[in-house]
Ligand binder design. Structure first.
Ligand SMILES: NC(=O)c1ccc[n+]([C@@H]2O[C@H](COP(=O)([O-])OP(=O)(O)OC[C@H]3O[C@@H](n4cnc5c(N)ncnc54)[C@H](O)[C@@H]3O)[C@@H](O)[C@H]2O)c1
Length: 392
């Protein structure tokens, strides 16, 4: 018997073979090479609507079989985990069916297109008692995990400010169509919202993880290009997503937050940044330099006081003992490997939850919902104000 076959299999059924389908598949394939775990993901099936394209993906990544209908996938007895990596309009329905079928569920962010769908998803997994996890992968950037440790240890002291931005520029051209393959993010009937649910959701998840719950928000959104041709019909139609979104936040701790996301920041492709200012220190991080954590400790260093730039490559940095040698950094794809590694490690510890669970991710959906409500009404909104149940 080979060394690898002694691992307990966890059979994956992946829905969607786009950007995230690749990121997740890479994580499943790599994780046991670098982490010593009792369980091993097995690439059992990939599901996409186009059989030929799904088959090419299955062949390239090593999936054993192909499905063209997720309803068949979620019923298969040889699948343990349904991994939802398809556009947002599919999440709620697939998650409900997978929960009813007793599967463990991994779901890409945002949970649903709106708070109602997200609430229903939480209800479905909790009613069925199945394990569930949302792919808020930035928590597993070693620098952000270290930031969490520093905050929890009290190194920053009381937090006064949290500021975060996520900047892109890929929708500036008025000629870009909306909807359909690769452009579903511009169609609110598929995406739910624009940059608020897409980009700010990441910023909000990290913020609440690091600095605690956001209580209320005051937001503005804008749609700069009002009409675009639909990619599939060629018809000129109103654009219904938010192109840009910015909000002020009051954390329950008393800290103040400012958040901004846009796809109209010329020159920026995926610049996710955050900064936290506390009584005793500050932390800053950005995705373009994701292997560095900037840290300022208030002390008595006199003329030598200043920010330090921590190169996150040492064995005592989170996750890093599993990779190369000190001095050599890792990147974006490793955050997904870490998330799978943590999930698999949790399977070996009875009672351990795979964070973020759907319920934890719901806290982000509540803030997203409050941001959109505030932008619409022009008033501050309480993030806990709106609740949905299965009756809604
Ligand atoms: N965690 C992150 O950093 C991150 C990054 C990008 C996207 N996402 C999320 O991942 C999800 C997918 O985004 P993406 O960028 O991979 O999209 P994508 O457009 O690259 O891929 C989507 C895939 O889903 C397939 N698909 C669509 N409808 C389907 C259906 N009914 N049944 C089966 N397959 C279907 C498409 O054919 C495609 O293969 C979204 O929810 C998005 O918000 C998360």
């Amino acid at each position: 018997m080979s060394a690898t076959s002694s691992k307990r299999p966890l059979r994956i059924g992946l829905v969607g073979y786009g950007f995230m389908g690749r990121a997740h598949s890479n994580a499943y394939k790599r994780v046991n090479d670098f982490f010593d775990l009792e369980y091993r993901p097995v690439l059992e099936a990939v599901c996409g609507r186009d059989r030929a394209r799904a088959a090419v993906f299955a062949d390239q990544w090593g999936f054993a079989s192909v499905e063209t209908n997720w309803k068949v996938l979620v019923e298969r007895a040889d699948i343990d985990v349904v991994d939802i990596a398809s556009p947002n309009d599919t999440h709620a329905e697939i998650a409900a069916a997978a929960a009813a079928s007793g599967k463990t569920i991994f779901c890409e962010k945002p949970l649903g297109r709106n708070l109602r769908e997200a609430e229903h998803m939480v209800e479905a997994v909790e009613r069925a008692g199945v394990r569930n996890m949302a792919w808020y992968n930035y928590r597993r950037v070693p620098a952000i995990t270290l930031a969490k440790r520093l905050v929890d240890e009290g190194r920053l002291g009381r937090i006064f400010h949290y500021r975060s931005t996520f900047l892109q520029d890929w929708t500036i051209s008025a000629d870009l169509p909306q909807g359909g393959q690769a452009l579903w993010r511009l169609d609110s009937s598929v995406a739910g919202s624009g940059v608020t649910g897409d980009l700010l959701a990441h910023c909000i998840d990290t913020a609440q993880w690091l600095a605690g719950p956001i209580g209320s928000v005051s937001a503005m959104t804008e749609t700069f290009i009002k009409e675009r041709r639909h990619q599939q019909t060629g018809k000129l139609e109103p654009v219904s997503i938010d192109d840009a979104s910015a909000f002020l936040a009051r954390f329950e701790s008393g800290a103040l937050g400012t958040f901004e996301a846009t796809r109209y920041a010329r020159g920026h492709k995926a610049l996710y940044r955050l900064e936290i200012n506390g009584e005793n220190g500050s932390i800053a991080w950005d995705l373009e330099d994701l292997h560095r954590l900037q840290y300022f400790a208030h002390g008595n260093e006199g003329a030598l006081r200043g920010w330090r730039s921590i190169h996150m490559t040492a064995g005592d940095h989170p996750y890093m003992q599993h990779w190369w040698v000190p001095g050599l950094q890792i990147g974006y794809e490793h955050t997904f490997v870490h998330q799978v590694a943590d999930f698999l490690a949790g399977l070996s510890c009875p009672g351990a939850a795979a964070v973020p669970t759907f319920r934890e991710a719901l806290a982000t959906e509540r803030v997203v919902d409050a941001v959109l409500r505030s932008a619409e009404t022009g008033r501050w909104q309480d993030c806990a104000a709106r609740r949905y149940t299965s009756a809604d």
